[in-house]
Ligand binder design. Structure first.
Ligand code: NI
Length: 134
């Protein structure tokens, strides 16, 4: 087993409370185990990235009142239009929007699209779900 290293993580109290509830309802013994799994999952996802052809969905929430955000998100989607099959937009409340982008193409390129969306100020959460097509 490789050497264990410790590091500190700063999170909003609300997020830590929600995470602790998640841990309590799961089989995890402590936060470290749960965080380790999240990191492993993220690294595994990166491994999928590459030359493989995949299909999936990018699900995101954002604050549409953020200055220029809607236009920036449209610009990003047009930059990657060859990967996008369809988009669905849901107005969650007065402020928040949910968008589901169906994608198909090279995993590495889809990851780039998801990262470009994550980088926009006002985007609250992004989840990328990919499945192998071959
Ligand atoms: Ni909306």
């Amino acid at each position: 087993m490789s050497r264990l290293c410790r590091f500190g993580v700063s999170l909003e109290k609300k997020m830590i409370d929600a995470f602790d509830r998640h841990i309590h309802n799961s089989a995890y013994q402590n936060r470290s185990e749960a965080i380790r799994d999240l990191i492993r999952e993220s690294l595994t996802r990166k491994k999928i990235a590459g030359d493989g052809i995949v299909a999936g969905a990018i699900v995101m929430t954002y604050d549409h009142h953020k200055r220029d955000l809607v236009n920036k998100l449209l610009d990003v989607q047009h930059d990657f239009q060859k990967l996008i099959i369809s988009t669905q937009h849901v107005h969650m409340d007065h402020v928040h929007c949910l968008e589901i982008i169906a994608v198909h193409g090279r995993a590495r390129e889809i990851e780039k699209l998801a990262d470009a969306i994550r980088a926009q100020v006002g985007v609250l959460q992004v989840d990328l779900s990919l499945i192998m097509t071959k």
